[in-house]
Design a protein around this ligand. Structure first.
Ligand code: UGA
Length: 449
């Protein structure tokens, strides 16, 4: 009855958002997870994490057609009952900072077990971020060993990197700026391209589909995340240069640079540095991979070093304003790695807290509109947690803006002056008007003195 039946193996941001978007466009989807509670929630129509627009689609699917989307805990069954399987498992960072492919490995094994008992041609698509060589050298190798079937003959194989940013996963799924398909063979690539032509219909008009070999597609994803990280560290390098000269503002400098049509202004925002589950993990993974092949990726070393140092820079500025931080109340405005999420993975706030503790600050208080609970899991009792901006700023000696939530953008110099013991503010995301705040407060910002 359905033209396409797809199994999605892994129900994180990428997996679940892709799954519901496909199902919403008349594609039958079976998602699979080993987490029973998560599967039950999804089947109840409850999104297991917050992502803009996700719950609405899940509500719609629940109310319209129960057969088009379901989540099960048996990946083999999911593969057997569909024609295309997408691997959307996480590839976390190991202790030594290299990539952990264990979830990919076990999923490939499960696909192999299913294909052993499946006669029809089946397309396997790796969507997870994996270092070059993984799809062919690990995924296909395991599937072939376990199933006895051959890629390019009995089953198709593609690698299609995803470019979804947290908080925009649904929007990015529905409006991609390009689709990259790494194909094992022509037949696999054509099949995946036709699937997307069906899914997007006319919306695909302005979206190029690039077909290439599997390893190139694997590297496109790293090329993307490494360049975005490099742009941020580049802006931060210039923030540090701007701080050498009075009245030079990195925000204006980067605006001037970004308007060059060859560059573009996005991801040139200087500040306290990038965080999140992707940039650190991916830059480190490709660095470790290249080192294992005998090449030292020096530019990427610098990208990470500059990023880590931004936490030191903001604390330096705080000390310039306040002096010794021992015994002072230091308030952190925002803890999540970016606004719109409660995700604390690799958040800049963690590095800032560690630096503050190193310098002897012991009265650190944080407040985040969404991430107080997740921050507690990450930072524990290294800091205290306020329940509102008012409580955060009350009797404070120094405030550091770490995450640019809208709630913080609305604060005026008076809000700081009226609550703080001594109104010292450092803007780590460049959201405040420098001249206005500098006139009324003891105010400094990254990238400007
Ligand atoms: C990133 C990429 O943007 C996605 O394209 C990619 O698919 C995803 O990783 C992934 O690999 O799965 P994400 O980590 O969700 O997405 O978040 P971003 O919006 O890219 O922000 C990352 C960090 O960079 C945040 O901490 C943000 O504050 C920081 N940032 C961003 C800056 O410091 N300056 C900027 O100008 C922009």
């Amino acid at each position: 009855m359905y033209k396409y039946k797809v199994s999605i193996l892994g129900t994180g941001f990428i997996g679940l958002c892709s799954a519901v978007c496909f199902a919403d466009k008349d594609i039958m989807v079976i998602a699979s997870t080993h987490n029973e509670k998560k599967a039950a929630d999804i089947n109840e129509g409850i999104a297991p994490f917050y992502e803009e627009g996700l719950q609405e689609i899940m509500d719609r699917l629940k109310n319209t057609n129960l057969n088009i989307f379901r989540c099960i805990t048996d990946p083999i069954k999911a593969v057997l009952e569909t024609d295309i399987s997408m691997i959307t498992q996480g590839t976390p960072m190991r202790e030594d900072k290299s990539i952990d492919l264990s979830f990919i490995e076990s999923t490939a094994r499960e696909i192999g077990l299913a294909l052993k008992n499946k006669d029809n041609y089946h397309l396997v698509v790796v969507r997870s971020t994996v270092v070059p060589g993984t799809t062919r050298g690990l995924v296909a190798k395991i599937i072939t060993e376990v199933s006895g079937k051959k890629p390019g003959k009995d089953y198709g194989l593609c690698m299609q990197p995803e470019f979804l940013a947290e908080g925009r996963s649904i929007e990015d799924t529905l409006q991609p700026d390009r689709i990259v398909i790494g194909q094992f063979d022509e037949k696999s690539g054509i099949m995946l391209q036709e699937f997307y032509e069906y899914f997007y219909g006319v919306h695909l008009k302005n979206c190029p589909i690039l077909r290439m070999n599997i390893e190139s597609a694997e590297l496109v994803k790293y090329g993307n995340n490494c360049l975005l990280s490099t742009k941020i560290s580049y802006a931060n390098e210039f923030a540090n240069l701007a701080q050498l000269v009075p009245n030079v503002d990195v925000t204006e400098v980067m605006k001037g640079v970004g308007l060059d049509y060859r560059i573009n202004p996005r991801f040139l925002g200087a500040g306290v540095g990038f965080g999140g589950s992707c940039f650190h993990k991916d830059v480190n993974a490709i660095k470790a991979w290249s080192k294992s092949k005998g090449y030292n990726a020096r530019l990427l070393d610098a990208v990470l070093d500059i990023n880590d140092d931004q936490a030191i820079k903001i604390v330096d500025i705080a000390e310039e304003l306040v002096g010794d931080l021992k015994g002072k109340k230091v308030s952190l405005l925002g803890l999540a790695f970016k606004p719109g999420t409660d995700d604390m993975r690799e958040a800049a706030s963690i590095r800032v807290v560690n630096e503050l503790l190193k310098r002897g600050a012991s009265n650190i208080v944080g407040y985040d509109p969404k991430a107080n609970d997740t921050a507690k899991m990450e930072l524990g009792d290294k800091i205290q947690y306020a329940q509102s901006v008012e409580e955060l700023l009350k009797d404070s000696d120094c405030a550091l803006l770490i995450t640019e939530w809208d709630e913080f953008k609305k604060l005026s110099p008076d809000d700081f002056k009226n609550s703080m013991r001594s109104p010292n503010l450092v803007d780590g995301r460049r959201i405040y008007d420098f001249k206005e705040f500098n006139k009324l407060l003891s105010f400094r910002a990254i990238g400007r003195i």
